[in-house]
Design a protein around this ligand. Structure first.
Ligand SMILES: Cc1cc2nc3c(=O)[nH]c(=O)nc-3n(C[C@H](O)[C@H](O)[C@H](O)COP(=O)(O)OP(=O)(O)OC[C@H]3O[C@@H](n4cnc5c(N)ncnc54)[C@H](O)[C@@H]3O)c2cc1C
Length: 471
Protein backbone atom coordinates (compact mmCIF):
# COMPACT_ATOMS: atom_id res chain seq x y z
CA UNK A 1 0.00 0.00 0.00
CA UNK A 2 1.40 3.37 -0.96
CA UNK A 3 0.04 6.73 0.18
CA UNK A 4 -0.22 9.12 -2.73
CA UNK A 5 -2.07 12.02 -1.12
CA UNK A 6 -3.78 12.93 2.16
CA UNK A 7 -6.88 11.09 1.04
CA UNK A 8 -5.70 8.51 -1.48
CA UNK A 9 -3.71 5.30 -1.21
CA UNK A 10 -2.64 2.90 -3.95
CA UNK A 11 -3.58 -0.55 -2.70
CA UNK A 12 -1.50 -2.72 -5.04
CA UNK A 13 1.55 -2.72 -7.31
CA UNK A 14 -0.32 -3.29 -10.57
CA UNK A 15 0.02 -0.70 -13.33
CA UNK A 16 -2.75 1.27 -14.96
CA UNK A 17 -3.97 -0.41 -18.17
CA UNK A 18 -2.54 1.53 -21.10
CA UNK A 19 -5.42 0.75 -23.47
CA UNK A 20 -8.70 0.97 -21.65
CA UNK A 21 -12.29 2.10 -22.15
CA UNK A 22 -12.83 3.96 -18.90
CA UNK A 23 -11.74 4.58 -15.33
CA UNK A 24 -13.92 2.62 -12.92
CA UNK A 25 -15.16 4.12 -9.66
CA UNK A 26 -16.58 1.39 -7.44
CA UNK A 27 -18.85 3.37 -5.13
CA UNK A 28 -19.40 1.53 -1.86
CA UNK A 29 -20.07 3.90 1.04
CA UNK A 30 -20.10 7.43 -0.39
CA UNK A 31 -23.41 7.05 -2.18
CA UNK A 32 -23.52 10.57 -3.62
CA UNK A 33 -22.83 12.30 -6.91
CA UNK A 34 -21.09 15.35 -5.42
CA UNK A 35 -19.04 16.37 -2.37
CA UNK A 36 -17.24 13.08 -2.85
CA UNK A 37 -13.42 12.98 -2.79
CA UNK A 38 -13.35 9.48 -4.29
CA UNK A 39 -15.49 10.58 -7.22
CA UNK A 40 -13.31 13.65 -7.67
CA UNK A 41 -10.17 11.51 -7.62
CA UNK A 42 -11.67 9.17 -10.24
CA UNK A 43 -12.61 12.12 -12.45
CA UNK A 44 -9.08 13.53 -12.16
CA UNK A 45 -7.65 10.14 -13.09
CA UNK A 46 -10.00 9.87 -16.08
CA UNK A 47 -9.10 13.41 -17.17
CA UNK A 48 -5.36 12.59 -16.95
CA UNK A 49 -5.87 9.57 -19.17
CA UNK A 50 -8.39 11.20 -21.50
CA UNK A 51 -10.98 8.56 -20.60
CA UNK A 52 -14.63 8.68 -19.56
CA UNK A 53 -15.73 7.51 -16.11
CA UNK A 54 -17.92 4.57 -15.20
CA UNK A 55 -19.37 4.54 -11.68
CA UNK A 56 -20.43 1.11 -10.44
CA UNK A 57 -22.52 0.46 -7.36
CA UNK A 58 -23.67 -2.99 -6.29
CA UNK A 59 -25.88 -4.34 -3.54
CA UNK A 60 -25.54 -7.96 -2.55
CA UNK A 61 -28.01 -10.07 -0.63
CA UNK A 62 -25.63 -11.64 1.88
CA UNK A 63 -23.98 -8.83 3.81
CA UNK A 64 -24.59 -8.99 7.59
CA UNK A 65 -28.03 -7.72 8.66
CA UNK A 66 -29.24 -7.23 5.05
CA UNK A 67 -32.98 -6.56 5.35
CA UNK A 68 -35.92 -4.86 3.64
CA UNK A 69 -35.17 -1.78 5.74
CA UNK A 70 -31.54 -1.36 4.66
CA UNK A 71 -32.13 -2.42 1.06
CA UNK A 72 -35.06 -0.04 0.59
CA UNK A 73 -33.11 2.91 2.02
CA UNK A 74 -30.21 2.22 -0.34
CA UNK A 75 -32.38 1.64 -3.42
CA UNK A 76 -34.24 4.90 -2.79
CA UNK A 77 -31.02 6.73 -3.60
CA UNK A 78 -30.16 4.98 -6.85
CA UNK A 79 -32.13 6.65 -9.64
CA UNK A 80 -31.48 10.22 -8.48
CA UNK A 81 -27.76 9.39 -8.49
CA UNK A 82 -27.96 7.92 -11.98
CA UNK A 83 -29.59 11.16 -13.13
CA UNK A 84 -27.15 13.44 -11.31
CA UNK A 85 -24.15 11.58 -12.75
CA UNK A 86 -25.70 11.48 -16.23
CA UNK A 87 -26.05 15.27 -16.10
CA UNK A 88 -22.33 15.46 -15.28
CA UNK A 89 -21.46 13.24 -18.29
CA UNK A 90 -20.65 10.17 -16.19
CA UNK A 91 -21.96 6.62 -16.72
CA UNK A 92 -23.51 4.79 -13.80
CA UNK A 93 -24.52 1.19 -13.37
CA UNK A 94 -26.30 -0.29 -10.36
CA UNK A 95 -26.55 -4.01 -9.87
CA UNK A 96 -28.81 -5.69 -7.33
CA UNK A 97 -27.56 -9.21 -6.70
CA UNK A 98 -30.75 -10.85 -5.46
CA UNK A 99 -29.73 -14.38 -4.52
CA UNK A 100 -27.15 -17.08 -5.04
CA UNK A 101 -28.26 -17.67 -8.64
CA UNK A 102 -27.49 -14.06 -9.63
CA UNK A 103 -24.27 -13.27 -11.53
CA UNK A 104 -21.26 -12.59 -9.27
CA UNK A 105 -17.82 -11.00 -9.59
CA UNK A 106 -19.16 -7.88 -11.30
CA UNK A 107 -16.32 -5.59 -10.24
CA UNK A 108 -13.81 -8.08 -11.55
CA UNK A 109 -15.69 -8.19 -14.88
CA UNK A 110 -15.89 -4.40 -15.12
CA UNK A 111 -12.18 -4.11 -14.24
CA UNK A 112 -11.20 -5.90 -17.46
CA UNK A 113 -11.83 -2.78 -19.56
CA UNK A 114 -10.74 -0.29 -16.87
CA UNK A 115 -7.50 1.69 -16.78
CA UNK A 116 -7.72 1.78 -13.00
CA UNK A 117 -10.17 1.19 -10.17
CA UNK A 118 -10.97 3.82 -7.58
CA UNK A 119 -12.96 2.88 -4.49
CA UNK A 120 -13.96 4.09 -1.03
CA UNK A 121 -11.59 3.92 1.93
CA UNK A 122 -14.09 3.20 4.70
CA UNK A 123 -12.49 1.79 7.84
CA UNK A 124 -15.04 -0.74 9.09
CA UNK A 125 -17.75 -3.33 8.45
CA UNK A 126 -17.37 -5.22 5.14
CA UNK A 127 -15.50 -2.56 3.19
CA UNK A 128 -11.89 -3.29 4.24
CA UNK A 129 -12.42 -6.95 3.25
CA UNK A 130 -13.96 -5.90 -0.08
CA UNK A 131 -10.93 -3.77 -0.82
CA UNK A 132 -8.52 -6.56 0.06
CA UNK A 133 -10.49 -8.93 -2.18
CA UNK A 134 -10.51 -6.66 -5.23
CA UNK A 135 -6.77 -6.17 -4.93
CA UNK A 136 -6.43 -9.96 -5.16
CA UNK A 137 -8.65 -10.16 -8.23
CA UNK A 138 -7.90 -7.10 -10.35
CA UNK A 139 -4.91 -6.76 -12.67
CA UNK A 140 -4.96 -2.96 -12.69
CA UNK A 141 -4.13 -0.29 -10.14
CA UNK A 142 -6.62 0.00 -7.29
CA UNK A 143 -6.87 3.28 -5.39
CA UNK A 144 -8.84 3.78 -2.17
CA UNK A 145 -9.92 7.32 -1.33
CA UNK A 146 -11.09 8.68 2.03
CA UNK A 147 -14.19 10.87 1.83
CA UNK A 148 -15.45 9.96 5.28
CA UNK A 149 -15.05 13.19 7.14
CA UNK A 150 -13.82 16.74 7.05
CA UNK A 151 -10.27 16.03 8.20
CA UNK A 152 -8.56 13.22 6.24
CA UNK A 153 -8.07 10.16 8.46
CA UNK A 154 -4.38 10.21 7.48
CA UNK A 155 -3.84 13.41 9.48
CA UNK A 156 -3.67 11.15 12.55
CA UNK A 157 -1.03 8.47 12.75
CA UNK A 158 -2.37 6.49 15.70
CA UNK A 159 -5.48 5.73 17.69
CA UNK A 160 -6.59 8.72 19.76
CA UNK A 161 -7.43 8.03 23.38
CA UNK A 162 -10.56 10.16 23.69
CA UNK A 163 -12.32 13.29 22.46
CA UNK A 164 -10.02 15.45 24.58
CA UNK A 165 -6.94 14.20 22.75
CA UNK A 166 -8.30 14.50 19.19
CA UNK A 167 -10.21 17.79 19.70
CA UNK A 168 -7.20 20.14 19.86
CA UNK A 169 -5.61 18.42 16.87
CA UNK A 170 -8.81 18.83 14.85
CA UNK A 171 -9.30 22.44 15.92
CA UNK A 172 -5.76 23.34 14.90
CA UNK A 173 -6.37 22.41 11.26
CA UNK A 174 -10.14 22.65 10.91
CA UNK A 175 -10.22 26.03 9.17
CA UNK A 176 -8.07 24.64 6.38
CA UNK A 177 -10.53 21.81 5.69
CA UNK A 178 -13.89 23.37 6.53
CA UNK A 179 -14.24 25.08 3.16
CA UNK A 180 -16.65 24.55 0.25
CA UNK A 181 -15.99 21.44 -1.79
CA UNK A 182 -14.53 21.99 -5.25
CA UNK A 183 -16.19 19.75 -7.82
CA UNK A 184 -14.04 18.65 -10.77
CA UNK A 185 -15.73 18.25 -14.14
CA UNK A 186 -15.10 15.27 -16.37
CA UNK A 187 -13.59 16.20 -19.73
CA UNK A 188 -14.46 13.07 -21.71
CA UNK A 189 -18.21 13.11 -21.14
CA UNK A 190 -19.90 9.78 -21.88
CA UNK A 191 -22.94 8.85 -19.86
CA UNK A 192 -23.75 5.90 -22.10
CA UNK A 193 -20.93 3.39 -21.59
CA UNK A 194 -22.19 -0.17 -22.24
CA UNK A 195 -21.04 -1.95 -19.09
CA UNK A 196 -20.37 -5.71 -18.92
CA UNK A 197 -22.67 -6.10 -15.96
CA UNK A 198 -26.42 -6.24 -15.32
CA UNK A 199 -28.05 -2.88 -14.58
CA UNK A 200 -31.05 -2.78 -12.22
CA UNK A 201 -33.82 -0.25 -12.70
CA UNK A 202 -34.61 1.04 -9.21
CA UNK A 203 -37.41 3.47 -10.10
CA UNK A 204 -39.68 4.19 -7.12
CA UNK A 205 -42.43 1.84 -8.36
CA UNK A 206 -39.93 -1.05 -8.67
CA UNK A 207 -38.36 -0.91 -5.21
CA UNK A 208 -40.87 -2.92 -3.19
CA UNK A 209 -40.87 -5.75 -5.73
CA UNK A 210 -37.07 -5.78 -6.04
CA UNK A 211 -36.64 -5.95 -2.28
CA UNK A 212 -39.20 -8.74 -1.98
CA UNK A 213 -37.23 -10.77 -4.54
CA UNK A 214 -33.97 -10.60 -2.56
CA UNK A 215 -32.82 -13.40 -0.28
CA UNK A 216 -32.56 -11.13 2.76
CA UNK A 217 -34.23 -10.72 6.17
CA UNK A 218 -37.82 -9.73 5.36
CA UNK A 219 -38.77 -9.41 9.05
CA UNK A 220 -37.36 -5.86 9.32
CA UNK A 221 -39.65 -3.59 7.27
CA UNK A 222 -38.59 -0.33 5.60
CA UNK A 223 -38.63 2.68 7.89
CA UNK A 224 -42.00 4.45 7.68
CA UNK A 225 -40.24 7.73 8.54
CA UNK A 226 -36.79 7.88 6.94
CA UNK A 227 -36.52 7.76 3.12
CA UNK A 228 -33.15 7.21 1.50
CA UNK A 229 -31.21 9.33 -1.00
CA UNK A 230 -29.40 12.63 -1.22
CA UNK A 231 -32.51 14.72 -1.93
CA UNK A 232 -34.12 13.44 1.27
CA UNK A 233 -30.88 14.01 3.18
CA UNK A 234 -30.79 17.63 1.98
CA UNK A 235 -34.45 18.12 2.80
CA UNK A 236 -33.75 16.98 6.35
CA UNK A 237 -30.59 19.11 6.58
CA UNK A 238 -32.54 22.20 5.50
CA UNK A 239 -35.27 21.57 8.04
CA UNK A 240 -32.67 21.05 10.72
CA UNK A 241 -30.75 24.21 9.91
CA UNK A 242 -33.87 26.40 9.61
CA UNK A 243 -36.04 25.09 12.43
CA UNK A 244 -34.04 22.96 14.85
CA UNK A 245 -30.42 24.11 14.98
CA UNK A 246 -31.20 27.46 16.67
CA UNK A 247 -32.27 25.48 19.76
CA UNK A 248 -29.98 22.47 19.35
CA UNK A 249 -28.03 23.24 22.54
CA UNK A 250 -31.30 23.10 24.48
CA UNK A 251 -33.00 20.23 22.66
CA UNK A 252 -30.38 17.68 21.67
CA UNK A 253 -31.04 15.70 24.85
CA UNK A 254 -34.81 16.01 24.65
CA UNK A 255 -35.98 12.74 23.14
CA UNK A 256 -39.62 13.83 23.21
CA UNK A 257 -39.11 16.55 20.56
CA UNK A 258 -37.57 16.68 17.11
CA UNK A 259 -34.47 18.38 18.47
CA UNK A 260 -31.42 16.97 16.69
CA UNK A 261 -30.40 16.63 13.06
CA UNK A 262 -31.48 12.98 12.56
CA UNK A 263 -28.88 12.88 9.80
CA UNK A 264 -26.96 9.85 11.04
CA UNK A 265 -28.50 7.37 8.58
CA UNK A 266 -27.82 9.74 5.66
CA UNK A 267 -24.26 10.26 6.83
CA UNK A 268 -23.76 6.54 7.31
CA UNK A 269 -24.76 5.68 3.75
CA UNK A 270 -22.87 8.67 2.44
CA UNK A 271 -25.98 10.23 0.87
CA UNK A 272 -24.70 13.50 2.25
CA UNK A 273 -21.19 14.51 3.29
CA UNK A 274 -20.42 15.75 6.78
CA UNK A 275 -18.67 18.70 5.10
CA UNK A 276 -21.92 19.85 3.50
CA UNK A 277 -23.79 19.50 6.80
CA UNK A 278 -21.05 21.27 8.77
CA UNK A 279 -20.87 24.22 6.37
CA UNK A 280 -24.67 24.58 6.37
CA UNK A 281 -24.64 24.65 10.18
CA UNK A 282 -21.64 26.97 10.42
CA UNK A 283 -23.25 29.51 8.10
CA UNK A 284 -26.73 29.25 9.59
CA UNK A 285 -28.57 31.91 11.52
CA UNK A 286 -28.26 30.27 14.94
CA UNK A 287 -26.59 30.98 18.30
CA UNK A 288 -22.89 30.16 18.56
CA UNK A 289 -23.43 27.66 21.37
CA UNK A 290 -25.91 25.70 19.22
CA UNK A 291 -23.49 25.59 16.29
CA UNK A 292 -20.54 24.70 18.49
CA UNK A 293 -22.38 21.80 20.10
CA UNK A 294 -23.56 20.44 16.75
CA UNK A 295 -20.10 20.72 15.18
CA UNK A 296 -18.59 18.99 18.21
CA UNK A 297 -20.82 15.95 17.53
CA UNK A 298 -20.57 16.02 13.77
CA UNK A 299 -16.83 16.58 13.57
CA UNK A 300 -15.00 15.75 16.81
CA UNK A 301 -17.12 12.81 17.99
CA UNK A 302 -17.74 11.38 14.54
CA UNK A 303 -14.14 11.63 13.41
CA UNK A 304 -12.96 10.13 16.70
CA UNK A 305 -15.04 7.06 15.79
CA UNK A 306 -13.44 6.84 12.34
CA UNK A 307 -10.01 7.20 13.92
CA UNK A 308 -10.90 4.35 16.32
CA UNK A 309 -12.02 1.88 13.66
CA UNK A 310 -9.15 2.81 11.35
CA UNK A 311 -6.43 2.23 13.91
CA UNK A 312 -7.91 -0.45 16.16
CA UNK A 313 -8.32 -3.77 14.32
CA UNK A 314 -10.31 -5.09 17.31
CA UNK A 315 -12.89 -2.30 17.06
CA UNK A 316 -15.75 -4.82 17.01
CA UNK A 317 -14.94 -6.43 20.33
CA UNK A 318 -14.33 -5.67 23.99
CA UNK A 319 -10.63 -6.25 23.31
CA UNK A 320 -10.43 -2.71 21.94
CA UNK A 321 -11.21 -1.22 25.37
CA UNK A 322 -8.62 0.56 27.53
CA UNK A 323 -6.90 -1.53 30.22
CA UNK A 324 -8.78 0.08 33.12
CA UNK A 325 -12.13 -0.92 31.58
CA UNK A 326 -11.10 -4.50 30.90
CA UNK A 327 -9.66 -4.83 34.36
CA UNK A 328 -12.75 -3.51 36.12
CA UNK A 329 -14.95 -5.88 34.10
CA UNK A 330 -12.74 -8.82 35.06
CA UNK A 331 -13.25 -7.90 38.70
CA UNK A 332 -17.03 -7.64 38.41
CA UNK A 333 -17.97 -10.34 35.92
CA UNK A 334 -19.39 -12.59 38.65
CA UNK A 335 -21.43 -9.88 40.41
CA UNK A 336 -25.04 -10.82 40.74
CA UNK A 337 -27.34 -9.12 38.21
CA UNK A 338 -30.65 -7.93 39.67
CA UNK A 339 -32.47 -8.65 36.40
CA UNK A 340 -31.43 -10.79 33.47
CA UNK A 341 -33.17 -10.89 30.11
CA UNK A 342 -32.71 -13.08 27.08
CA UNK A 343 -31.73 -11.61 23.72
CA UNK A 344 -35.29 -12.26 22.55
CA UNK A 345 -36.91 -10.47 25.50
CA UNK A 346 -34.69 -7.48 24.86
CA UNK A 347 -35.39 -7.47 21.13
CA UNK A 348 -39.14 -7.56 21.88
CA UNK A 349 -38.84 -4.70 24.40
CA UNK A 350 -40.13 -6.94 27.20
CA UNK A 351 -38.32 -5.59 30.25
CA UNK A 352 -39.61 -4.09 33.51
CA UNK A 353 -38.22 -0.70 32.40
CA UNK A 354 -40.66 1.35 30.33
CA UNK A 355 -38.06 3.90 29.22
CA UNK A 356 -35.73 1.18 27.98
CA UNK A 357 -38.60 -0.53 26.18
CA UNK A 358 -39.48 2.79 24.53
CA UNK A 359 -35.93 3.24 23.22
CA UNK A 360 -35.96 -0.29 21.81
CA UNK A 361 -39.38 0.38 20.24
CA UNK A 362 -38.04 3.56 18.63
CA UNK A 363 -35.25 1.78 16.80
CA UNK A 364 -37.44 -1.18 15.81
CA UNK A 365 -40.24 1.01 14.47
CA UNK A 366 -38.29 3.89 12.90
CA UNK A 367 -34.72 2.72 12.21
CA UNK A 368 -33.22 5.28 14.61
CA UNK A 369 -32.73 5.68 18.35
CA UNK A 370 -32.23 9.04 19.98
CA UNK A 371 -28.70 9.60 21.30
CA UNK A 372 -29.74 10.36 24.87
CA UNK A 373 -31.66 7.14 25.40
CA UNK A 374 -29.17 5.20 23.29
CA UNK A 375 -26.59 5.65 26.03
CA UNK A 376 -29.04 4.42 28.65
CA UNK A 377 -30.11 1.58 26.35
CA UNK A 378 -26.54 0.30 26.15
CA UNK A 379 -25.82 0.72 29.85
CA UNK A 380 -28.93 -1.23 30.87
CA UNK A 381 -28.10 -4.17 28.64
CA UNK A 382 -24.80 -4.40 30.54
CA UNK A 383 -26.78 -4.50 33.80
CA UNK A 384 -29.24 -7.13 32.56
CA UNK A 385 -27.11 -9.78 30.89
CA UNK A 386 -24.97 -12.48 32.44
CA UNK A 387 -21.64 -11.12 31.25
CA UNK A 388 -20.11 -8.28 29.27
CA UNK A 389 -19.49 -10.25 26.05
CA UNK A 390 -23.14 -11.26 25.93
CA UNK A 391 -24.16 -7.64 26.43
CA UNK A 392 -21.85 -6.47 23.66
CA UNK A 393 -23.11 -9.14 21.24
CA UNK A 394 -26.76 -8.21 21.86
CA UNK A 395 -26.12 -4.48 21.50
CA UNK A 396 -24.14 -4.93 18.28
CA UNK A 397 -26.85 -7.14 16.84
CA UNK A 398 -29.84 -4.95 17.75
CA UNK A 399 -28.10 -1.70 16.79
CA UNK A 400 -26.95 -3.03 13.42
CA UNK A 401 -30.09 -4.96 12.60
CA UNK A 402 -32.61 -2.18 13.24
CA UNK A 403 -30.60 1.05 12.98
CA UNK A 404 -30.36 2.59 9.54
CA UNK A 405 -27.22 4.23 10.87
CA UNK A 406 -25.80 0.94 12.23
CA UNK A 407 -22.66 -0.90 10.99
CA UNK A 408 -20.82 2.42 11.20
CA UNK A 409 -17.70 3.55 13.08
CA UNK A 410 -20.15 5.44 15.32
CA UNK A 411 -21.99 2.19 16.07
CA UNK A 412 -18.87 0.57 17.48
CA UNK A 413 -17.57 3.67 19.26
CA UNK A 414 -21.06 4.31 20.67
CA UNK A 415 -21.64 0.77 21.94
CA UNK A 416 -18.13 0.50 23.33
CA UNK A 417 -18.49 3.89 25.02
CA UNK A 418 -21.02 2.12 27.26
CA UNK A 419 -18.12 -0.18 28.24
CA UNK A 420 -15.66 2.67 28.90
CA UNK A 421 -14.23 3.44 25.44
CA UNK A 422 -13.31 7.12 25.06
CA UNK A 423 -14.45 7.62 28.67
CA UNK A 424 -12.72 7.63 32.07
CA UNK A 425 -13.05 5.53 35.23
CA UNK A 426 -15.91 6.54 37.58
CA UNK A 427 -16.80 5.39 41.09
CA UNK A 428 -16.71 1.67 41.79
CA UNK A 429 -20.07 -0.14 42.00
CA UNK A 430 -21.59 -3.58 41.47
CA UNK A 431 -21.67 -5.03 37.93
CA UNK A 432 -20.36 -1.80 36.35
CA UNK A 433 -17.18 -1.60 38.38
CA UNK A 434 -15.60 1.69 37.33
CA UNK A 435 -17.69 2.03 34.14
CA UNK A 436 -19.94 5.09 34.09
CA UNK A 437 -23.36 4.19 35.40
CA UNK A 438 -26.75 5.48 34.24
CA UNK A 439 -30.22 4.65 35.49
CA UNK A 440 -33.57 5.08 33.82
CA UNK A 441 -34.87 6.81 36.94
CA UNK A 442 -32.38 9.66 36.91
CA UNK A 443 -32.02 9.87 33.10
CA UNK A 444 -35.80 9.87 32.67
CA UNK A 445 -36.12 12.94 34.92
CA UNK A 446 -33.89 15.03 32.65
CA UNK A 447 -36.30 15.15 29.70
CA UNK A 448 -39.97 14.56 28.93
CA UNK A 449 -39.67 10.80 29.24
CA UNK A 450 -43.44 10.32 29.66
CA UNK A 451 -44.13 12.03 26.31
CA UNK A 452 -41.26 10.12 24.71
CA UNK A 453 -42.67 6.78 25.90
CA UNK A 454 -46.13 7.75 24.62
CA UNK A 455 -44.68 8.82 21.27
CA UNK A 456 -42.94 5.45 20.80
CA UNK A 457 -46.23 3.70 21.63
CA UNK A 458 -48.00 5.65 18.88
CA UNK A 459 -45.42 4.81 16.21
CA UNK A 460 -46.98 1.56 15.05
CA UNK A 461 -50.29 3.16 14.09
CA UNK A 462 -49.13 6.70 13.39
CA UNK A 463 -45.46 6.76 12.38
CA UNK A 464 -44.20 10.32 12.48
CA UNK A 465 -41.47 12.33 14.18
CA UNK A 466 -42.27 14.12 17.44
CA UNK A 467 -42.96 17.88 17.19
CA UNK A 468 -40.17 20.42 16.81
CA UNK A 469 -39.44 22.21 20.09
CA UNK A 470 -41.30 25.51 20.53
CA UNK A 471 -39.96 28.10 22.99
C1 LIG B 1 -25.04 2.57 22.31
C2 LIG B 1 -24.84 3.58 21.20
C3 LIG B 1 -24.94 3.19 19.89
C4 LIG B 1 -24.75 4.12 18.85
N1 LIG B 1 -24.86 3.69 17.56
C5 LIG B 1 -24.71 4.58 16.55
C6 LIG B 1 -24.82 4.16 15.20
O1 LIG B 1 -25.06 2.98 14.93
N2 LIG B 1 -24.62 5.08 14.22
C7 LIG B 1 -24.38 6.40 14.50
O2 LIG B 1 -24.22 7.19 13.57
N3 LIG B 1 -24.26 6.81 15.78
C8 LIG B 1 -24.43 5.95 16.81
N4 LIG B 1 -24.31 6.39 18.09
C9 LIG B 1 -23.98 7.80 18.34
C10 LIG B 1 -25.21 8.74 18.44
O3 LIG B 1 -26.15 8.17 19.30
C11 LIG B 1 -25.86 9.02 17.08
O4 LIG B 1 -24.87 9.46 16.17
C12 LIG B 1 -26.95 10.10 17.16
O5 LIG B 1 -27.99 9.65 17.99
C13 LIG B 1 -27.50 10.39 15.79
O6 LIG B 1 -28.57 11.29 15.89
P1 LIG B 1 -28.52 12.67 15.13
O7 LIG B 1 -28.13 12.45 13.71
O8 LIG B 1 -29.81 13.37 15.39
O9 LIG B 1 -27.34 13.39 15.90
P2 LIG B 1 -26.96 14.93 16.06
O10 LIG B 1 -27.00 15.24 17.51
O11 LIG B 1 -27.75 15.78 15.17
O12 LIG B 1 -25.41 14.95 15.62
C14 LIG B 1 -25.01 15.14 14.27
C15 LIG B 1 -24.13 13.99 13.83
O13 LIG B 1 -22.98 13.92 14.65
C16 LIG B 1 -22.60 12.57 14.84
N5 LIG B 1 -22.74 12.21 16.26
C17 LIG B 1 -23.69 12.60 17.14
N6 LIG B 1 -23.47 12.06 18.35
C18 LIG B 1 -22.37 11.30 18.23
C19 LIG B 1 -21.64 10.48 19.13
N7 LIG B 1 -21.97 10.36 20.41
N8 LIG B 1 -20.56 9.82 18.66
C20 LIG B 1 -20.17 9.94 17.36
N9 LIG B 1 -20.82 10.71 16.46
C21 LIG B 1 -21.91 11.37 16.90
C22 LIG B 1 -23.56 11.71 14.02
O14 LIG B 1 -23.00 11.49 12.76
C23 LIG B 1 -24.79 12.62 13.95
O15 LIG B 1 -25.62 12.33 12.84
C24 LIG B 1 -24.48 5.48 19.15
C25 LIG B 1 -24.36 5.86 20.50
C26 LIG B 1 -24.55 4.94 21.50
C27 LIG B 1 -24.43 5.39 22.94
Amino acid sequence: MKRISERAVKLNDADERPKADYVLYWMQMYKRADHNHALNFAIEKANDLGLPLLVYEGLKYYYPWASDRLHTFILEGVEEKREALRERGISYVFYLQKDEDSPKQTVKALAKRAAAIVTDDYPCFIIPAHNRAIVGKADVTVYAVDSNGIIPMSKFDKEEYAAYTIRPKINKILDYYLIPFEEIEIENKDAGIEADCPDTDCSAEMIEKLVAECDIDHSVPPSPIYRGGTANARKRLNKFVDEILPNYHKTRNKCEVDGSSRLSAYLHFGFISSLEAALAARDADAPKEAKDEFLEELIVRRELSFNFTKFNPKYDSLESLPDWARETMREHVSDEREYTYTAEELENAETHDELWNAAQREIVETGEMHNYVRMLWGKNVIAWTKDYETAFGILEHLNNKYGLDGRDPNSYAGILWCFGKHDRPWFERDVFGKLRYMTSNSTGKKFGSKQYIEWTRSLKDDPKLPPVFEQ
